[in-house]
Design a protein around this ligand. Structure first.
Ligand code: AMP
Length: 201
């Protein structure tokens, strides 16, 4: 049997990609992932959006998660991993996907590595969007989500520094990390991201 038949996901779909977006709140992860989704034609998985959707649907998971995200805290790993495992099993994810806001902790990253390995899916690229803290506050002040209140944003930034930034080293060691300047217009940032993605293909 040929290698391609034994491992179809990693060998046949070499031009389709699995990409993680990391960055502080307000860095533009969602905006940029949405644009890249249209460019690459692979689904955009935002754990924040999935959690807010569960809250709107008033499911037990949504109610549990809301207690954390409304306070600017991270939702526990097992809750987040549960929704990611379920979503990754959908057919459209076989061809690649863009993770927006997941993983957010090193333990989530390790779980994602195991999950992707189980499915013979490589992680191609991690795009770290960098913006100064001052710009985070400015951008979120105009967005108006319940977790965008100034005090909650400060807590989200603390969580980012403490729990999410260590991911950068984790992925640097795997040689998949690329940093991008997140300042400027969405078009300018997308131009930078597109060059990085094209170079990695
Ligand atoms: P986001 O829309 O990505 O900014 O996420 C909004 C909120 O949902 C975050 O502030 C967290 O409370 C929660 N959240 C989203 N993704 C994760 C994750 N991977 N791990 C833990 N909490 C998350």
């Amino acid at each position: 049997m040929s290698l391609a038949l034994e491992s179809p996901l990693s060998t046949l779909d070499s031009d389709l990609m699995r990409i993680v977006f990391v960055g502080p709140p307000g860095a533009g992860k969602g905006t940029q992932a949405q644009r890249l989704k249209d460019h690459l034609g692979v689904p955009h998985l935002s754990t924040g959006e999935m959690l807010r959707e569960a809250q709107r649907a008033n499911t037990p998971l949504g109610r549990e998660a809301a207690q954390f995200f409304e306070a600017g805290k991270l939702v526990p790993d097992d809750v987040v991993l549960g929704i990611v495992v379920e979503r990754l099993a959908d057919d459209d994810c076989i061809r690649g996907c863009l993770f927006d806001g997941f993983p957010r902790t090193v333990s989530q990253a390790k779980a994602l590595d195991s999950l992707l390995a189980e499915h013979h899916m490589p992680l191609d690229l991690v795009v770290a969007i960098q913006i100064p803290d001052g710009e985070v506050h400015q951008r979120l002040a105009s967005r108006g989500r319940i977790d965008d209140a100034a005090e909650t944003v400060r807590e989200r930034l603390t969580q980012y520094r403490h729990s999410t930034e260590p991911l950068l080293d984790y992925y640097r060691r795997q040689s998949v990390l690329r940093s991008v300047d997140g300042t400027g217009t969405p078009d300018e940032v997308f131009g930078r991201i597109r060059s990085i993605v094209e170079a990695a293909r």
